[in-house]
Structures are given as structure tokens and as C-alpha cells.
Design a protein around this ligand. Sequence first.
Ligand code: ADP
Ligand code: 5GP
Length: 207
Amino acid sequence: MSHTKGKLYVISGPSGTGKGTICSILTKDPKNEFSVSMTTRAPRPGEENGREYWFVSKEEFLENVEMGNFLEYAEVFDNYYGTPKDMVLKRLERGHNVILDIDVQGGLQVRKAMPEAVLIFILPPTLTELRSRLEGRKTETRDIIEKRLSKAVNEIRLIGEYDYLIVNDDRDVAAAKAASIMTAEDCRVPDKVRSLIREYEQQQKGE
Ligand code: ADP
Ligand code: 5GP
């Protein structure tokens, strides 16, 4: 079959809900590529530049904004985060699915810029469980955890803007649901079916 473009997936949900965990399961499939965002946040212990994020200064980030290098960007928890546009477009062109782990403000910007993107929201089973996941991750101070928890309900209010909702109770079940959504999206009748029909016509001629 002829070359088809990959699909863009946005994964959002409150901090600590398990977005990173699900993305790392999904990207075990080589067809799915994680988009590494640029951020002004400091790296956490164990994070590597270019793997979890591109860690840059505020000046460098704002230069990239000026140059129009982001598909979307937002200020989240007092830091800037943005999705490098070229990398995403190149990968989609090569036929790879691209997965963005971004906040709801970013998700809504992507929806406007690329309406064909598929938006998936990951909910924690309860807010108490969300707190215990954030505390258990041991990557943020108590103050920052409180800040992240206080934003959770505001984000949850925007679920209606998303296409799919997954409650991350068991991580493997949640990742399997996300993979099933991707499989279903692969089987969606494409908007531009004409090229597919032409391909079958050519195959028929060749028979
Ligand atoms: P996010 O990327 O949404 O901020 P993470 O993927 O970092 O969240 O997950 C937050 C913490 O919760 C991590 O310590 C992770 O191992 C844990 N976690 C993720 N999914 C589950 C789950 N289904 N059950 C229990 N713990 C989970
Ligand atoms: P963290 O600091 O925990 O890695 O991420 C904090 C929040 O920023 C998460 O909700 C994450 O999804 C979001 N985020 C990460 N990268 C981007 C990005 O490029 N754009 C936007 N809008 N949000 C991002």
C-alpha cells in the first residue's frame, strides 16, 4: 500500500496521572514516536537532555517562540513548555505516529492548528490516588505537588474538548486502551480516500 502519513496523538491529564508511564509503553512500538518538548524547567535527577525534554534557558525558549518554531507552547507550573514543530511534521510525513505528552492548554492549541490530531485524556481513578502517585514519584517538593494538585480539577473540566477518555487504574490496561484507540484510528476511513481508490484502480489495471 502506498505511503500514508502518521497520526498525531495528544496525551493530556493532571500531573501524576500516568501520562509519561503510558507514553513509554506506547513508544515500545517503533511506529510510535515520542515528541521531546523544549522546557525551561530544571531537569529532575535521572532526566537526560534530549530524552525527556530539551532543557533550555528562558531566553532560548522565547527566541524559539519568536522564530515560530513551536506547534504549540504554554506556561505550565511557572515554566515554559513547547512542542518543536519541524520534528513533529517530519515524523508524520515519514509515516510515524507522533505522541505529545502536553497539558490541556497545549492540547487545545494543537486541535486548532491540526484538527486531525487525536486527543486522549488520562484521568486518575481518584484525586487521593493522584496525590499518592505524585508523592510516590518523589520528584517534586511538597509545595510543587500542592500546586500541581490544585490545577488538576481545572484540567479535568476540559475533558469535553478531548476525543477519548481513559481512567488509568491499572497501567497496562490503560496503555492497552490507548493502543486500541490508535489501532481504531488507523482503520478510520481517511478523509482523502481518493488516492486509496486510485491505488486499487492501478492494481486492477496491473492484474
Ligand atoms: P505524569 O506523566 O502524568 O505526570 P507519571 O507517568 O510520571 O505521571 O506517573 C506518576 C507516578 O505514578 C509514577 O511514579 C508512576 O510510576 C506511577 N503510576 C503511573 N501509572 C500508575 C498506575 N496505573 N498505578 C499506580 N501507579 C502508577
Ligand atoms: P512535567 O514538569 O511534570 O514534566 O510536566 C508538567 C506538565 O507540562 C505536564 O502536564 C506535561 O504534559 C506538560 N507539558 C510537557 N511538555 C509540554 C509541551 O511541550 N507543551 C505543553 N503545553 N505542555 C507540556
